[in-house]
Unconditional design. Structure first.
Length: 576
């Protein structure tokens, strides 16, 4: 024990990383702590729904429930990010985060859930450091890790922790690190056999045993990662092929079988629940016939189904479910990489040029890393860049909260070693050691401040403003909720996350004729229905009652108007 602490004390890099892990856990946890002060609330319906289903797993309840009103209301009585099939309400999500966090919460309690992703996020950076220390060196890995801790989209989605993306990234990093450690143990075994002979009697644990255990664990962790975001197989697969091709002569087939066994073991819960909930092990929550789910998400999941791969045209559509739109790819790449994270892109771009310039000097592992980075960047850029994502209703849609910034996390993260390599090469021109350290310190501080501005203080969607908006919207929703009977259904487009599951909701802004008809059916069955959303101007209010709702036979009555917030509560009644 004394030897351990002596080594720890002498390892300044380890001490630095441990201290930063504690600091950034607090930093990442600030936002979920703020939004959980008076009940856990979320800015996204996806996060809210995930939390609801996590709670059901934690309490030993089924990942579905029956809503009798949906039998008569055409399955319309559900919030966003949830689906209903003949009255049975189910998740619309990859199930990984629900099952993993639900299992942990079953053991420790629901209080831990908002803090899990901040915790995994700091551990993920440590795995990142361990990986790139083996690929490059301690200095490059440490500098990259320092930048990684403060990188804006990682910081942002570590704080908004019930999206899947950061957990997925952390699991992949953990899986890679375990794989590398397993390979190291194999090398130790080989060297031991060469020196002592194969039949060696020793009281110490044999290296191959720990190597095999790490291989199995790596497979399990990768399985959990796939379960968390199955759609990322679009690039995980090619990356795996590159690594397998590079090391095909060194593949240990016993370890390969153990890895696959661990992978399948971890995927078993997802396959089971897919079959139970959606009718097939290869079916997911994104249903083609569910009106609440966007066609883009349907395409994303449909691309993963084996039956979708029967013809060359079908295979093309599976690989590019959003089509191939080069102009959109270029525009989104410029907006969500070059512009918004210019302080990452340009140094990493120059680092990439430097890497190619010194290609012959690079090790095999470094060349594989760079090849994987290029392939992943191209796949993610084309795959998601061809999709026109409009998450925000703000006038300036280029924000930290847009989904591109979480879908492209792997590409951003793999850029960090290139940035670090360029900066470390550049400061070699400073002859004075103190000058080099001062420049590095200034660059790290500047990088941190730029990312803090993007993640926390960017107008509209920064964490500071998001926490304020959640508190304000929750207060407004509570005022409306006080005026709504407990047995009422609330129709609302953007506030369903504050009403459900305390109230039954229909996700609509009253522009959907099918849902308007469902509301009419509810009224015919004596179910009170209210609408909460943006205030209708007098002319629009008359148009809605006299024209839009005529076929459905319903009309609006004003209950409460909040002129300052431009929000109103209306009662929906049968037309007189």
């Amino acid at each position: 024990m004394l030897l351990f602490f002596t080594k720890l004390y002498n390892n300044k890099q380890t001490i630095t990383l441990i201290l930063l892990s504690v600091i950034f856990f607090i930093v990442y946890a600030w936002f979920p702590a703020q939004t959980a002060l008076n009940g856990v609330e979320f800015a996204s319906p996806d996060e809210h729904a995930n939390y609801f289903w996590i709670g059901r797993v934690a309490h030993g309840e089924a990942l579905e429930y029956f809503e009798p009103l949906n039998v008569i209301a055409d399955d319309a009585v559900v919030p966003r990010s949830v689906r209903s099939d003949n009255g049975v309400v189910k998740p619309v999500s990859f199930l990984g985060i629900i099952l993993i966090y639900g299992t942990i919460a079953k053991l420790l309690g629901m209080w831990i859930v908002p803090l899990l992703t901040p915790l995994f996020a700091v551990v993920g950076v440590l795995f990142f450091y361990g990986i790139f220390k083996k690929i490059f060196n301690k200095r490059t890995a440490l500098f990259s890790a320092l930048l990684f801790f403060a990188f804006a989209p990682y910081w942002y989605y570590a704080s908004r922790g019930l999206f899947h993306n950061v957990l997925f990234v952390d699991l992949v990093l953990a899986g890679i690190w375990l794989s590398l450690r397993g390979m190291e143990r194999s090398e130790m075994t080989k060297q031991s056999h060469e020196i002592r002979g194969v039949a060696v009697n020793t009281r110490l644990p044999r290296p191959e045993y720990s190597g095999l255990a790490m291989t199995v664990m790596s497979g399990i962790i990768f399985g959990l990662a796939i379960m968390t975001r199955v759609s990322e197989l679009i690039w995980l697969g090619p990356a795996g092929v590159i690594i397998a091709a590079a090391y095909c002569k060194k593949i240990n087939w016993r370890k390969a079988i153990l890895f696959i066994a661990g992978l399948l073991l971890a995927l078993t819960p997802m396959l089971y629940y897919n079959h139970q909930l959606y009718g097939s092990v290869f079916s997911f929550g994104y249903a083609y016939n569910t009106a609440n789910i966007s066609q883009q998400k349907n395409n994303e999941i449909a691309a993963l189904r084996p039956e979708s791969l029967g013809t060359p045209l079908a295979m093309t559509k599976a690989a590019l479910p959003f089509g191939f739109h080069p102009r959109a790819v270029w525009r989104n790449f410029i907006n969500y990489y070059v512009k918004i994270f210019w302080y990452l892109f340009w140094p990493a771009f120059l680092g990439g040029i430097l890497f190619l310039w010194k290609w012959k000097e690079k090790s095999k592992a470094q060349k594989i890393y760079f090849s994987i980075f290029v392939v992943i960047s191209m796949i993610l850029g084309i795959y998601y860049g061809s999709w026109n994502i409009q998450d925000s209703i703000a006038l300036n849609p280029i924000t930290i909260g847009n989904s591109y910034t979480r879908y492209w996390l792997p590409m951003y993260i793999l850029s960090l070693p290139l940035l670090a390599g360029f900066v470390l090469w550049l400061i070699k021109f400073f002859k004075n050691k103190y000058a080099r350290n001062a420049v590095l310190t200034l660059l790290v501080v500047a990088f941190g401040l730029l990312n803090a501005r993007a993640a926390v203080f960017s107008k509209g969607e920064g964490l500071y403003y998001a926490a304020q908006n959640i508190a304000l919207d929750k207060e407004r929703a509570a005022q409306a909720l006080a005026l709504v009977p407990e047995d009422a259904v609330i129709a609302t487009k953007y506030f369903d996350k504050y009403f459900w599951p305390e109230r039954k909701v229909v996700s609509t802004d009253l522009s959907d004729a099918r849902k308007n008809q469902a509301i009419a059916v509810l009224l015919q069955n004596e179910i009170p229905v209210y609408y909460y959303g943006f205030i209708f101007a007098p002319g629009d209010f008359a148009y809605m009652n006299n024209v839009k709702f005529r076929d459905a036979g319903i009309e609006l009555e004003i209950i409460m108007l909040d002129e300052e917030a431009k929000l109103g509560l209306y009662k929906i009644t049968r037309a007189k």
